[in-house]
Design a binder for this molecule. Structure first.
Ligand code: NAD
Ligand code: UDP
Length: 320
């Protein structure tokens, strides 16, 4: 079996490539390295069955033979990242989706669209079920991401309904772990990097806004099941960890684990359009995929801090 992973040099994509190879599949990663990093793939480069093609999925795709699975993970994902690259983000999810759906159609391959909890915007329903249509500002600063993901969901379903392509949409909630970019501004990479460097941990506003954090290995298991199990065709499925925490709580836990004495400070400017609360209802994933997260926040954050310590070349604390 051969899988194409668009966005394979990114945080989640690189873990997915490793998992697919470990399961005996051949993997072709497509990535233009806009927000990804070749270092995420060093352990895979040169391995039989693995190819990285540096290419932009909004352009005509290279010829690839015998494709069975197409994962679309290619898009900037952090708020500072997509606000820096708004047009690239909009195109990756719109034009890029068309190209990958055409590839899936040509090969009669299964297709998985990595959408996002941001499809719910600043949600008025809590927790968020897949049936909720969301509360999204269609012209706000986040729209290049939110609205293009909503477009990507729509076009995946259109190919399912009208072109008989075997598609599914996964709405990923905040995910963290090794390979996340220390500089991309997302809460966990940001707080861990700040804590390890003994710099102030910058909580936006009072830190009472919430998110629910899924460790990357749990997410990868969910993605594999969403792609490979029966009864997932044409489905929209939330994947995330329903363990909802405030931003301030996350800052305190990371400060404790990093143990460098980094202070927590409140920076006044909450981000424009920052959702107040976010938590997945994972009832559908549990029913369809028999999936639920297994890695608790404390354990996942310890792994993450250890990986960042190495990436940032920060010595471990004495006795740590
Ligand atoms: P990431 O930025 O680490 O990975 C995205 C990858 O896509 C990068 O390697 C980037 O270079 C590549 N890419 C971007 N535009 C491309 C293009 N036009 N052509 C080829 N490659 C391109 O982000 P991530 O956190 O790994 O996210 C992966 C996917 O999961 C994204 O689609 C994102 O929207 C979705 N997602 C992630 C999270 C999360 O918490 N990490 C949450 C919700 C959704
Ligand atoms: N956040 C913060 N300080 C930072 C980075 C993020 O307080 O240095 C907050 C941000 O305002 C948001 C939450 O953490 O409320 C999650 O932000 P992230 O960038 O991880 O992504 P989002 O969930 O908003 O897409």
């Amino acid at each position: 079996m051969r899988a194409v992973v668009a966005g394979g040099a990114g945080f989640i994509g690189s873990h997915l490539c490793a998992r697919l190879l470990a399961d005996g599949l051949e993997v072709v990663a497509l990535d233009n390295l806009l927000t990804g990093d070749r270092r995420n793939l060093v352990a895979l480069q040169g391995r039989a069955g693995f190819t990285l093609i540096e290419t932009d999925i909004t352009r005509p795709l290279p010829d690839i033979d015998n494709v069975d699975l197409v994962f679309h993970l290619a898009s900037p994902a952090s708020p500072p990242g997509y606000m820096r690259y708004p047009i690239e983000t909009a195109l990756a999810n719109s034009q890029g989706s068309h190209r990958l759906l055409e590839l899936a159609e040509r090969h009669r391959a299964r297709y998985l669209m990595a959408s996002t909890s941001e499809a719910y915007g600043d949600p008025l329903e809590h927790p968020q079920r897949e049936s909720y249509w969301g509360n999204v500002d269609p012209v706000g600063e986040r729209a290049c991401y939110d609205e293009s993901k909503r477009y990507a969901e729509m076009i995946a379903m259109v190919y399912h309904h009208t072109r008989d392509v075997d598609t599914r949409v996964v709405r990923i909630f905040n995910t963290y772990g090794p390979h996340s970019d220390p500089e991309d501004g997302r809460i966990i990479p940001q707080f861990v990097s700040q804590a390890l460097r003994a710099e102030p941990i910058t909580v936006h506003g009072d830190g009472s806004q919430t998110r629910s954090f899924c460790f990357v290995s749990d997410l990868i298991e969910g993605l594999m099941r969403a792609m490979l199990r029966g009864r997932t065709r044409g489905q929209v499925i939330n994947l995330g960890n329903p363990d909802e925490r405030s931003v301030l709580e996350i800052a305190r836990i990371i400060a404790r684990i990093a143990d460098t004495g980094a202070p927590i400070i409140h920076v006044d400017q909450a981000r424009v359009g920052d959702p107040r609360r976010r938590c997945p209802d994972i009832g559908r994933a549990t029913a369809l995929l028999e999936w639920e997260p297994r890695v608790g926040l404390e354990v996942g954050l310890r792994h993450t801090v250890d990986w960042f310590r190495e990436r940032l070349a920060v010595p471990a604390p004495i006795g740590g």
